[in-house]
Design a protein. Structure first.
Length: 317
């Protein structure tokens, strides 16, 4: 079943090409496995939150009508896409904008995928989320894909008194596994562009540029873990640049990549123009750094060593 919706539509209509629905909420309640809704250009004060999951080879799909740019802003609950607990959902070509940086945004996050599985967010344009996560994968989310999206401004730099960096563009929490983040362009993460504490996830072929202008910025990626089961993630083929000065005068020079946990793999990346060391592994209370494999990266024009390992305890390195 293929349905359509438009800001000028009517939820009492059939959802056909000449009689589209008006709200995304209508589609949420109607779509079943194998159904697709095409969303027309317009501004929607609504949330994508499907009532039903799809099945293998019969996805529930929310897609921009070809050539259109449907925009979600200021949705109920301050989250534009909520796929919590659902499986086999596709979000394709949707625009989301909180219309302001950090606390000026009307969005806490662009997408929540807590307990989500076998779902894909692709070809979307996300901008301006308060944070802490722009796209969140949590609660044992597994086998999901974040593909070919443009993601910009999650959190803020120099906020809350001028010394804090808050917000991860994509955050994969502990227990989330086998997820793929590929082909995305990410900028302006207050804390990280990518944060990974799950296991067996792949971060591949992304453009990761965290410049906030005038040498400002913060870390590009954190791969971390507190026990022997948190790790085995792969970062490969990414362009990683412009980890800049932080707003904290006690920690002005962040690393580009924090590689903690166990058996992390960092390979075949292009890493350049970062303010301090490229890759740092820190063992400390609650965090292990063990058996990382770092090879075949191109590293140049950075402000510190290519790889630094150290132990932190009681405020002393």
């Amino acid at each position: 079943m293929y349905k359509r919706q438009s800001p000028s539509g009517n939820d009492g209509d059939t959802g056909g090409k000449s009689s589209p629905w008006k709200s995304i909420s209508k589609a949420n309640s109607i779509l079943r496995a194998g159904d697709t809704v095409f969303i027309r250009t317009g501004e929607y004060v609504d949330v994508i939150k499907p009532s039903n999951s799809g099945t293998d080879n019969k996805y529930v799909t929310y897609a921009a009508y070809p050539g259109d740019k449907p925009l979600i802003t200021d949705p109920p609950g301050n989250e534009a896409i909520v796929l919590d607990g659902k499986s086999y959902i596709v979000i394709d070509g949707i625009w989301v904008d909180g219309k302001g940086i950090y606390d000026k945004s009307n969005l806490n996050r662009w997408a929540s995928m807590t307990g989500t599985s076998y779902s894909t967010i692709q070809n979307c344009n996300f901008k301006h989320a308060l944070g802490y996560e722009g796209v969140l994968l949590d609660g044992s989310a597994h086998h999901n894909k974040i593909l070919n999206n443009r993601l910009d401004y999650a959190g803020g730099w120099g906020v809350d008194g001028g010394t804090k960096m808050k917000g991860d563009v994509v955050s994969i929490k502990s227990g989330s596994k086998y997820n793929l983040v590929e082909g995305n362009h990410m900028t302006h993460g207050g804390h990280n562009l990518v944060y990974v504490k799950g296991s067996y996830n792949i971060i591949r072929n992304n453009m990761l540029d965290n410049s906030w202008g005038n040498g400002k910025g913060y870390r590009i990626m954190t791969m971390t873990g507190g026990n022997a089961s948190e790790g085995y993630n792969v970062a490969e083929g990414n362009t990683i640049k412009n980890a800049g000065l932080s707003s904290n005068p006690n920690n002005e020079y962040p690393m580009a990549i924090k590689a903690e946990g166990t058996n992390q793999i960092i390979r075949k990346n292009f890493i350049f123009d970062n303010v301090q060391e490229v890759i740092s592994a820190v063992s400390r209370a609650g965090v292990i750094s063990d058996k990382a494999k770092i090879y075949n990266n191109v590293i140049y024009n950075n402000g510190g060593p290519a790889w630094r390992m150290y132990y932190y305890s009681d405020g002393v390195y």
